[in-house]
Design a binder for this molecule. Structure first.
Ligand code: PAF
Length: 280
């Protein structure tokens, strides 16, 4: 595996791969890799000649009050994990290389970014789409892989790719969970022992929604009330939002729509904000 630390060098490599007719599968990450990331890497490895993974903790997508400075990092461990997965190139740029002095261009997906995460984190998706478009232009992937745990991020990136006519296939991959159901996330590292136990409440609430939907309950209000009850059994949990939205446009739904419904939630466990979702 070759570690590449400048956008210019990565672009030269991508251009050469293209000239040679090699397909490029790309997994953008912020590092501190877990099995969720590795499932994306394995999928990319299966379907592409070349696999590129990026590690870049993108300051643009963190608000000033968020966890940019303490976001977990462990480059050596990540490098070894990616080496084990036979990744070809690890793109690991610095903030100065990605956002040199004078940088002032941004990408904004207007409507899809407003509800859910956008309500709590109004500047987040502008940072995500800006860095992802930059990464796409640098790495020139044929296919790019994202986890469904960040469901809204996946939908926003798909929208950007369609709206801006990018010739990239965006692949969404299933959420990978711990044995008790907690969705894998680099932020789980912030949880202490008791918080970690109680963090399962997000999954428990989603299971409750699933149970209700499968027994024919359709009203969002009823499902959300039951999910709230499930969360309130955990004393360290504080709900940020629970929401039921149409998958295609993220409009709030009064009633479940078959094969087009996203049930999602964000919950603080102590000081750590976790998100999770299920697609119905
Ligand atoms: O999902 C993430 O880790 C980040 O939002 C991404 C897509 C790598 C952009 O910084």
């Amino acid at each position: 595996m070759v570690v590449v630390d400048t956008p210019q060098r990565m672009q030269e490599i991508a251009n050469k791969l293209k000239r040679e007719g090699k397909s490029i599968g790309f997994v953008p990450t912020m590092g501190y890799l877990h099995e969720g990331h590795l499932s994306l890497v394995r999928e990319a490895r299966k379907h592409n000649d070349t696999v590129v993974v990026s590690i870049f903790v993108n300051p643009l997508q963190f608000a000033p009050n968020e966890d940019l400075d303490r976001y977990p990092r462990d480059f050596k461990r990540d490098e070894q994990l990616l080496e084990n997965e036979q990744v070809d190139y690890l793109f690991y740029p610095t903030v100065e290389n990605m956002y040199p002095q004078g940088f002032q261009s941004f990408v904004e997906v207007e409507k899809l970014t407003k509800p859910l995460e956008g309500r709590s984190r109004p500047t987040h998706f502008r940072g995500v789409t800006t860095v992802v478009l930059k990464l796409f232009n640098i790495v020139k992937p044929d296919k790019a892989y994202f986890g469904k745990k960040d469901a809204q991020q996946l939908l926003v990136i798909k929208r950007m790719v369609e709206d801006l006519n990018l010739d990239i296939d965006v692949v969404g991959m299933p959420i990978v969970r711990e044995e008790d159901g907690l969705a894998l996330s680099s932020r789980n590292k912030y949880l202490n022992e008791e918080e970690r136990k109680q963090a399962v409440c997000l999954y428990k609430a989603l299971l409750r929604a699933k149970e209700l939907i499968e027994t024919g309950v359709e009203e969002s209000k009823k499902i959300i009330e039951e999910m709230e009850k499930a969360i309130k059994q955990y004393e360290l949990a504080k709900i940020d939002y629970i929401s039921i939205n149409r998958l295609s446009d993220l409009e709030e739904l009064q009633k479940i729509e078959k094969n087009n419904t996203l049930v999602s939630l964000a919950v603080f466990i102590g000081n750590t904000r976790l998100i999770d979702n299920m697609w119905f």
